[in-house]
Design a protein around this ligand. Structure first.
Ligand code: ADE
Length: 314
């Protein structure tokens, strides 16, 4: 369902279904149903604000997008991608949940899960780096969530520690699907591995060489970004980092990165299998799951991945 730009009167009025009945099922919320609190984050096209449902007292994060700005900058397509991707993925551990969408004259609103423990990036920065056990805990959740995304035909395309939030139980929640790619389902109901050429480029430090070289973006792009994130959780900084984007891109294309002395061998081995130039030579998510770093992880046991206590950080 695409955003329908409705008039002011309609936008705030209760909606009436096909039979002319006001139905609670389609009665949309409005921003007046929430008490707005502190700002949680700011993007180029949106602001995320803490919001409390006035009737249930439940907290949410409301992403507010300025319609004029979105239209002026031709970003309507991306707003719809975010909505469609989140709706396709539904409620799932590891994926930020979209509860409601609505609009008024000036703004579009996404009512999302509130992740009170902030970004994975903040966690990495606060502690400098994470130990092996923490890296296993967070990265196993990322693998499980990305696998679910890919199995449902969604490529995120901008995975990075800023887009991985930590919920009240210390579990990861992937957010920011505005630059996702929705794959079209094949006849047998499965989704293809790849998609056509694209003009899209994500964030310099996490962008894959195939996207820079061939403008090619498949599931392997998310796996590359995952490798960069795993490296960063151990090293405290991403593997490809330079003083400007151009120099970063050059490093990415040459797969020019190094491990510091203390970098654990088992994680080195994993990262080396991910940060591989050709996407077809790169390890798959299934291959990652079978890597010895995850020997103790039972990938079929959803609860063991999502319901166990996060390890102490040190
Ligand atoms: N910052 C951006 N989105 C957020 C969310 N859903 N919860 C907490 N902080 C956020």
């Amino acid at each position: 369902e695409e955003w329908q730009v409705r008039g002011a009167a309609q936008a705030s009025k209760a909606e009436i279904d096909d039979d002319g009945v006001v139905s609670s099922r389609i009665l949309r919320k409005t921003i007046k149903d929430f008490r707005l609190g502190k700002e949680l984050g700011e993007g180029s096209y949106s602001t995320v604000v803490l919001a409390t449902d006035k009737t249930t007292a439940r907290q949410f994060a409301v992403k507010i997008l300025d319609k004029k700005h979105i239209i002026r900058e031709k970003k309507v397509k991306y707003v719809n991608i975010e909505k469609n991707a989140l709706n396709r993925l539904g409620k799932r551990d590891g994926i930020i949940h979209l509860f409601h969408t609505f609009q008024d004259i000036a703004s579009l609103y996404f009512v999302l899960d509130y992740a009170p423990n902030g970004e994975l990036l903040t966690l990495i920065k606060r502690f400098g780096s994470l130990n092996e056990e923490c890296v296993r805990y967070y990265s196993a959740q990322i693998v499980d969530a990305v696998k679910y995304m890919h199995d449902n035909g969604v490529i995120h395309r901008d995975l990075k520690p800023e887009n991985i939030l930590i919920d009240s139980e210390g579990r990861i929640q992937i957010t920011d699907f505005g630059t996702a790619k929705m794959l079209d389902q094949k006849e047998d109901g499965s989704y293809p591995l790849d998609c056509r050429a694209t003009s899209f480029v994500g964030t310099a430090e996490y962008v894959s060489p195939e996207l820079l070289n061939d403008k090619h973006c498949g599931k392997a792009c998310d796996i590359w970004a995952f490798g960069c994130i795993v490296y960063q959780m151990i090293a405290g900084k991403p593997p490809f980092k330079a003083t400007n984007e151009y120099l970063t891109f050059q490093k990415v294309c040459k797969v020019q990165f190094a491990f510091s002395a203390g970098f654990p061998m088992i994680v080195r081995d994993l990262v080396k299998r991910i940060l591989v130039l050709k996407p077809r030579d790169r390890i798959t998510l299934r291959g990652i799951q079978q890597h010895w770093f995850y020997n103790q992880v039972d990938w079929n046991d959803h609860a063991s991945i999502w319901n166990s206590k996060p390890p102490e950080i040190a």
